[in-house]
Design a binder for this molecule. Structure first.
Ligand SMILES: [Zn+2]
Length: 291
């Protein structure tokens, strides 16, 4: 049995929440710096207004933002509400993950996995890209560590768990690739053109170029890699549930956003919807496609 105090959900939950708040603070750095190719380790956090290093006591997740009323302690520049929101969200998701898995290695992996998804969603929202460090890095880690964590408790063998993760990755990535690929071929047959597909003055890709197989209108290859990574964690059925949740959620949110800004131009990609869908599937006590 694991250490006694961790079997108390109040202690476990509080630890998960606190850990999530701290990781959320780090995710803000990752979300800002990773797509810009900057180090996520050094230097420490700086104020976007006066460029001064933020002291540790002014960098307490959520609390500092509230105490300083959303302004820099020095220059009083307004700090985006997104920082404390990401921290609070990560704290709550970690709380859910540790209560869902209990004191097991899967709880730790679940936290790493959902933190990666929160970062991927925010970066995709900002830049319409999902860094390979997250999607491919997560795919490799998922294939290696999820089977290890699952076999640790003895509930399943390493080999069974590995097949489960690999199937999840293949089905998740594969299905989305089929959708993107068929849509691209259908659009080119119908003569439909998109703003960035093909790019200005470029022809549509032919089968002998890699773009033909990986470059699709309206959906990035990053989404496919992200869903493959998700598959290693939630498995073949979970990844189908993720696609379902992402499509429904994306549809509802897309219609609401379109009504709000009175335009049907999509304000975000599919990546954030996939990430949110995966976290919901991870935490959900009921599963539509599972007995
Ligand atoms: Zn400042």
């Amino acid at each position: 049995m694991p250490l006694e105090p961790w079997n108390d959900p109040r202690i476990l939950g509080t630890a998960g929440l606190a850990f999530g708040l701290i990781v959320g603070s780090f995710l803000n750095v990752v979300i800002h710096r990773l797509p810009r190719g900057e180090s996520v380790v050094t230097p420490g956090s700086h104020c976007p207004g006066c460029d001064q290093a933020i002291e540790p006591w002014n960098n307490i997740p959520v609390l500092s933002y509230l105490l300083l009323r959303g302004r820099c302690a020095r220059c009083k520049v307004q700090i985006s509400i997104r920082y404390p929101l990401i921290e609070a969200l990560t704290g709550l998701v970690f709380l859910g993950v540790v209560l869902h898995y209990g004191p097991t290695p899967m709880a730790i992996l679940g936290c790493v996995f959902s933190a990666s998804l929160i970062a991927a969603a925010a970066i995709d929202f900002d830049h319409r890209i999902i860094p390979d460090e997250i999607s491919l890095g997560g795919l490799v880690l998922g294939l290696l560590l999820v089977p290890l964590a699952k076999s640790y408790g003895g509930e399943t063998s390493w080999a069974t768990a590995f097949v489960f993760s690999a199937m999840g990755a293949l089905i998740g990535g594969g299905l989305l690739w089929i959708v993107g690929f068929s849509h691209a071929r259908f659009c080119s047959l119908m003569g439909r053109r998109f703003e960035h597909w093909p790019e200005e003055g470029e022809d549509l890709p032919r089968p002998n170029s890699i773009d033909y197989w990986t470059w699709f209108p309206g959906m990035g290859f990053g989404d496919i890699k992200l869903l493959a990574m998700i598959g290693t964690f939630v498995g073949p059925i979970g990844v189908l549930e993720t696609i379902l949740a992402a499509s429904l959620g994306g549809l509802v949110f897309g219609v609401l956003a379109a009504l709000a800004i009175r335009s049907w131009g999509s304000p975000f990609g599919f990546g954030p919807a996939i990430a949110v869908g995966a976290i919901l599937v991870l935490l959900s006590p009921v599963h539509l496609l599972q007995p």
